[in-house]
Design a protein around this ligand. Structure first.
Ligand code: THU
Length: 135
């Protein structure tokens, strides 16, 4: 892994967080997802007055990327106060495309940055292989 590229991804996640639409929770989250092609896709949480329709930053980044033709990813940086790991729903959705993705956990202001793998966050994941009747 290239440390400069990782630092760039982390900085892009910090900047993506500035665009979060979070008037209800006040909790702003930013993500930056790097495709194997090198392209970076950003996301922020987008809340809604009908709370359950809120979309997390990670899924915004992922759906933007897939909708632009990318399906392989090597890393994602997620930036929020306290450097939390992605929620369960986002772990499952990331697992669909990148079960081996590295996840950088970033606080908006503090360093250092945590690094985990999606496999650590979502062991024994459910995936499409279970839906294959021949397996
Ligand atoms: N949120 C994310 O964007 N990503 C996560 O992984 C956890 C939670 C957002 C959703 C909501 O807008 C706010 O954080 C508080 O839950």
């Amino acid at each position: 892994m290239n440390e400069d590229l990782d630092m760039e991804l982390i900085q892009v996640a910090r900047e993506a967080r500035e665009l979060a639409y979070a008037p209800y929770s006040g909790f702003q989250v930013g993500s930056a997802l790097r495709a194997r092609s090198g392209r970076i896709f950003t996301g922020c949480n987008v809340e809604n007055s009908s709370y359950g329709l809120t979309i997390c930053s990670e899924r915004v980044a992922l759906t933007k990327a897939v909708s632009e033709g990318e399906r392989e990813f090597d890393s994602i940086a997620v930036c929020a106060p306290g450097a939390p790991a992605p929620c369960g729903a986002c772990r499952q959705v990331l697992n669909e495309f990148c079960p081996d993705v590295a996840v950088f956990l970033v606080d908006p202001h503090a360093t250092p940055v945590g690094k985990v793998t999606l496999k650590q966050l979502l062991p024994s994941a459910f995936d499409g292989s279970f839906l294959d009747p021949t397996s």
